[in-house]
Design a protein around this ligand. Sequence first.
Ligand code: PHE
Length: 461
Amino acid sequence: MGDQNRDLFTSKFGVIAAAAGSAVGLGNIWKFPYIAGEYGGGAFLFVYLGFIIVIGLPIMISEFMIGRKAQKNAFGSFKALAPNSSWRITGLFGVIAAYLILSFYGVVAGWSFHYAAESCLGNLVDKTPQEFESLFVSFIEKPILPVVWQSIFMIVTAGIVLLGVQKGIEKYSKILMPLLVIILLVLVVRSVTLPGAEKGLAFLFKPDFSKFTMDGVLNALGHAFFSLSLGMGTLITYGSYVKKSNNIGRTAFQVSMADTLIAILAAIVIMPAVFAFDIAPGKGPGLVFITLPNVFQQMPGGQFFSVLFFVLLGVAALTSSISILEVIVTFFVEEFKMKRKTATLIAGSTTALVGVFCSLSMGVLNTSVFMGKNLFDTLDFFASNVFLPLGGLLIALFVGWYFGKQRTEEELSSGGRFKVNYINVLFVSLRYIAPIAIFIVLVYGIVENLEIYLELDIMPW
Ligand code: PHE
């Protein structure tokens, strides 16, 4: 089944940088700090960490294992490991999810490029909080400027993917990920040394179980998926570039820990700063694009740290978006026998085009596409609440019940080279815990949205 000419990652560090690069993204830097704060800080962290270990890690191991065993793209892997079955649909869902995610992801990434440029030019100073808000809102509603930045971001993404696995993805991840960690550490030091930072740290780490609701549990699981890049074959695709000599169980553990640690560090940057300047922790995109510029302008050395922060956000988004584009590109190359160049051009330009409509749906094309949501929110909803959990569920069932323990153990051990003493625990999760938990989240996500849309009160919590 192996392909002698496959463009493989060359080193252990390359694998970790690329996979952690995929995992660490917008999800870690703007979403995690806000939802952690919202659902009781330490209490949320505790449950989130539990989900990462009990559900996220087993599925990450499974994705790496599937890809490395099959040496194929997300769709082709299922075709190879389960011939003449319908399991390949799982891979197809992955490719569709990649399209949905990349379209809106590129838009937000473009915003962070714009904000990096604006802070470089010194345009994010001397403003009131209201002015920051209207600046952000009027920017994202514009028809041209956000599209220009989104296109620049997509061109950079496609440029790296075009260069291939070793010369593109691995090389740039090895440069960008250490850069990201350095910027993050500089910002951590700045933030925690601000007078009054303790309030933010307490907000983040003091477990407040009174704020911890069923909603918090479900958000923790949903976010664990998005943050670890699970459920759409990203790590199947990357797994197919991992050498047999790599201990993928250990790699998965390191990647999931790195992702979690970086999310926590991002929260340590944002919360103390927000609290030190007595600003209410805002919600979602607002926290990063409205609240933070306001924090930076009040902080000594603010402009410098503001540039660093938005560069950080852009870099994090870039190493994630290349992994998403790679899912589609490898699929085109292997299933339709396209050249990498053609595949990248087609995949890059079509996702960018959908992205343009996503961006316009913030302003001139702001009409309801589905259940009162505009295009941007519709794609986000389907990707995060439907496709990723569904993909994760199918992957857990595939490995747990179809592929089986023996073949999994053999692949994980690299033919007896590594001990896989966690195999039984892994299978308890893949067979029972993960499928049941994901099923609940999937149903909850859908019902919750229906409930809000139809203004009903169906759920008992
Ligand atoms: N994990 C990325 C983030 O946290 C997003 C992502 C999801 C990337 C799915 C790849 C696949 O931003």
